[in-house]
Design a binder for this molecule. Structure first.
Ligand SMILES: [Zn+2]
Length: 59
């Protein structure tokens, strides 16, 4: 995998480029995906709790 900052090829498997020290593209994409999954999970949990609370006789 080539570094998008300095175009060096031997940056495979490392979170940052050993030549210029910048974060590699694949790592950023994976962190973004994890972030979106986390947000989606939180929204799903909130929706689940909201629907569960509405069906309780207390409310
Ligand atoms: Zn680089």
């Amino acid at each position: 995998m080539a570094c998008e900052h300095c175009k060096s090829e031997s940056a495979r498997g490392t979170p940052t480029c050993p030549f210029c020290g910048e974060e590699l593209y694949r790592t950023k994409r994976r962190e973004q995906l994890l972030y979106y999954l986390l947000v989606a999970g939180i929204f799903a949990a909130l929706l689940f709790f909201f629907l569960t609370m509405r069906n309780l006789p207390i409310f």
